[in-house]
Design a protein around this ligand. Sequence first.
Ligand code: B1M
Length: 214
Amino acid sequence: MATIQEISEFLQKGRAKNVKALVEQALEEGCDPKEILNEGLLAGMMVIGEKFKNNEVFVPEVLVAARAMNAGITVLEPKLAEIGNEPVGRAVIGTVKGDLHDIGKNLVAMMLKGAGFEVHDLGVDVDADTFIQQAEETHADLICMSALLTTTMPNMKDVIDDLNSKGLRDKYIVMIGGAPINDAFAKQIGADYYTPDAATCAEVARKAVLDRAS
Ligand code: B1M
């Protein structure tokens, strides 16, 4: 019999094939898809996120764990859709205009998925219009921006300025990050949160969305 704990453990080891097989087995045995998602896949990803934050695991381990999570989610998705499972929230994420660095942004996207968000990854070199248009279209709660170049940091402000001029600023929680970003910069441009790493971003995002809903 497949246990939810085993799913979490195999996910943490990045064993995508095992995770997929165990999720299939758990479903056949009648386990609740939401329990498999929350107690197995998302719980496993949270452990990896915490270890990543504490420098106990590094980028490659996070990437393989995320691949294992995706393998499990692919099996679960049709079942979750049948029972109408709602995500914690919706996020658009991208690297800002002029900036092609995407490794950190991809990690943030994976951690957000791992925290239960529906994530719309807009890629790199994303301009203000695209961020806002996609946030509107996907009914996002969060706009998440990454920048790795000091020369592209100001493009984060353009997104916030455009949100303000369109009267949409209060509709979204704006989160920013990337190696040259800090708290002072976030305050200066009017972002809601700066977080230093992907795991903290997912934690803060979850709390911010749940607080807003309550
Ligand atoms: Co470039 N690059 N790069 N580069 N590159 C840096 C950023 C640089 C610091 C290297 C250096 O000079 N020491 C420097 C920037 C200097 C500056 O602006 N002051 C630099 C430069 C100059 C350039 C080019 C201009 C070089 C050139 O062509 N002359 C060029 C620019 C291209 C462009 O973007 N237009 C360029 C190109 C490239 C590559 C294409 C070769 C490659 C990118 C490949 C890719 O991303 N697919 C690359 C790389 C790999 C780097 C370094 C070496 C590594 C970046 C990285 O992936 N780190 C980088 C040096 C460095 O940072 N040490 C460098 C690992 C990643 C996990 O960390 O992205 O910081 P990071 O993400 C972290 C956190 O920042 C945070 O979470 C992650 C960890 O959990 N985080 C968020 C990120 N986004 C977040 C969003 C959040 C919250 C947290 O909320 C929404």
